[in-house]
Structure formats: C-alpha cells, structure tokens
Design a protein around this ligand. Sequence first.
Ligand code: GDP
Length: 193
Amino acid sequence: LPRVPGGAQLHSDTLHGPVRTLRVKMVILGSSGVGKSSLALRFVRDEFKNPSPTVGCAYLTRVVHLSDVTLRFEIWDTAGQEKYHSVTPLYYRGAHAALVVYDISKRETFVRAQVWLKELEKQYIPGSTVMCLVGNKGDLDQERQISVQEGQALASDRSLFFTETSVLSGDQISELLLGIAHRVYECIGGQQG
Ligand code: GDP
C-alpha cells in the first residue's frame, strides 16, 4: 500500500476510487470500575460482556467509515495502571482522541475525572486532540449522584464533547463513536496525508 506522510495509508476501492484511511489513536481514562474496558469492547464488538481482566497494553481496532474517509481506531487500554492513580504519559502520548469516563452513580469517579482532565490538558495542545467527557452507567439512574447538567457544565467549561452512555444497554455508544470520528476528522484530517 502506498504510504503517505503522517502514517495514513491509501488503499484502492474499486467501486469508489481511492479511499483515505486515517489511523486514530484513542485512549480511555477514568477510575477503576467506571466501565473503560467494557466501553472499548462495545466499540469493537457492539456487545456487552464482562471483560476479562486487563492484560498487557494492547489496543483494540475498530474501523469507522465516513463519507470520504475511513478511520481506523486503535483503542488503547490502560492495562490497569489507573488503579495506582497514575498512567504513564507514554500511554496517552500522540492520542488523537481521549475519553475521560466517570460513573454517574459514584461521585468520587467524577471528582477523579477532573484530575484526569487537568493531566490531559497539560499534554495536549487544544485543537489537536479531541477530548470527551463520558458519564457511563446511565442505566443506574436510580443511584445517580451526578446530574446530566453537572456533567454538561464540566464539559462546556472546557469545550469538551459530552455524552452519557450505558455500556450495559448500548445507549449512545454508536453516537459517541461517530461523534468522535467526525471531530477527529475535522481535527486531523488535513494533517495525515
Ligand atoms: P474499568 O475498570 O473502567 O475498565 O471497568 P470495567 O469495564 O471492568 O467495568 C467495571 C464493572 O462495571 C463491570 O462489572 C461491568 O460489567 C460494569 N459496567 C460497565 N459499564 C456498565 C454500564 O453501563 N452499566 C452498568 N450497570 N454496569 C456497567
């Protein structure tokens, strides 16, 4: 396959002519237990399962087709590093998209999300990484400790993309992935190739 600068690859699609493929590194941060691994699996498999314990620092792949570009998401797992309240900058270095996830039924995960956001802001130049705040476990509405408005307010203070999801029911998962895909394309489409 012909290589183009920035790691993008061109491949031929006999029906539609050349289609540009952009490689997108996506990282998912947040406290232990908020559903990061489950979310990553949902993105790639579109099903809900109890994920097996995290091993190694591999990534999962999911391809998203937009009208004139294909995005190949590499979804990186923290390999459980967040349990020790730190993740090596190597994990999120060069990420095109960063998701900070909290559990709407656990206040401490929302507090912790704000710490992750601060840490990410130190790493990224605004406009070069798409950052999203995700309130997961939306199905646990009865046990809700963070209102939708509170999540929205935190996100809009920082101009972040915000959504609530339920990995369990699948609510807003594909909308989230597509929303990220469009924003990433706006952000890096001109840079890779
Ligand atoms: P991680 O430590 O952030 O990677 O979290 P996991 O993906 O391992 O999920 C932690 C627990 O939360 C698991 O028991 C999941 O089944 C559960 N979980 C994940 N997402 C949801 C959700 O949207 N709703 C509910 N009710 N449980 C969820």
